[in-house]
Design a binder for this molecule. Structure first.
Ligand code: PMP
Length: 308
């Protein structure tokens, strides 16, 4: 089978794509124990440079995830960052990328409570648009977002993805492109791989990090861009389901999803039901500039991978 890239990284060493292995009897495979990160890098044709976006912030969250779900492993953010960038250079990748770092517990005859030995894999793979730029028709899922009392949604644990997967499968079956999940209390939480914002009565709003969400790095980027570039105040507050139906604009955001507008919720059109609203469009534009290092105030979000 053809591989999308030549090399992956295993505990800091380059390996061939086909040689990544995890034993079926490891704790990770038996019990769904593992944490990961998903990052992006953007190729600038004009500059002939690749910009990796907020890599250290993702690595910091990876360490937080390891701490919360109790997996032993690396602790040096700068070293992990250098390893990931080294992998990109080894593959000589010069296009938009999706990158991953994954930490598994690779114990032989693994027990559910094994915390090590852990093993770290990294990948960097060319990726175009995750959703396309056409906007999303979203269903409010009948599945609740998992709660911090059951499985912490705050961190990027692989087991959490079963929850979003069920919501996405249900949405697809019903003819929708994406799903949003509510908390056990009926507040808007997030989607299968993205946080959510709405503009209602002229205010930009998003749920606080205590509402069963992953503390998204794109969410944080959008908040900072809205504050500093657009001079907006943001209401970080619980959002009811019915506020979405009467919102002027809604968008979702994530490293893979970028900033993507919602065209309808449960078939109720949002805005004109097709195009992004004004604030969404501005934030989409700013985000695309920020990830390519084109905004002076946010230049420290990017690392030029080839150092041109
Ligand atoms: N929520 C969930 C459940 C996700 O999987 C993701 C994607 N990592 C996000 C939100 C967005 O997070 P980020 O902006 O850090 O990619």
């Amino acid at each position: 089978a053809s591989s999308p890239v030549r090399y992956l990284l295993h505990d800091g060493e380059l390996i061939d794509y086909a040689d990544a292995r995890l034993h079926v009897l490891s704790t990770s495979m038996k019990y769904g124990v593992g944490v990961f990160e998903g990052f992006r890098a953007y190729w600038s044709e004009e500059e002939g440079e690749l910009y990796a976006f907020r890599v250290q912030d993702h690595m910091r969250r990876l360490l937080d995830s390891m701490r919360v779900v109790e997996i032993e492993g690396p602790t040096d953010i700068d070293e992990l960052t250098e390893q990931l960038l080294g992998l990109v250079r080894a593959n000589d990748l010069r296009s938009n990328l999706h990158m991953r770092a994954q930490v598994f517990v690779d114990s032989a005859d693994g027990k559910p409570d094994d915390t090590g030995p852990s093993t770290v894999y990294m990948a960097a793979i060319p990726m175009g648009n995750y959703f396309g730029a056409t906007g999303l028709d979203v269903q409010i899922s009948s599945w609740a977002r998992l709660s911090d009392r059951a499985m912490p949604p705050r961190v990027k644990s692989i087991a959490n993805y079963q929850n979003g997967r069920l919501a996405l499968l249900e949405a697809r079956r019903n003819g929708y492109g994406a799903a949003l999940l509510l908390t056990e209390n009926g507040h808007v939480a997030e989607g299968a791989g993205y946080n959510v914002f709405m503009v209602r009565q002229g205010r930009l709003c998003t749920p606080p990090s205590t509402e069963s969400i992953l503390e998204g790095i794109t969410r944080d980027s959008v908040i900072q861009l809205a504050q500093k570039e657009l001079g907006l105040e943001i209401d970080i507050r619980p959002i009811d389901r019915t506020e979405l139906y009467s919102a002027d604009e809604i968008f979702v955001c994530g490293s893979a999803a970028e900033v993507n507008h919602v065209k309808s919720v449960d078939r109720t059109p949002i805005g004109d039901g097709s195009q992004p609203g004004e604030i969404t469009a501005q934030l989409q534009g700013l985000y695309q500039q920020a990830v390519r290092g084109q905004l002076d105030s946010f230049r420290d979000w990017v690392i030029p991978v080839y150092g041109t």
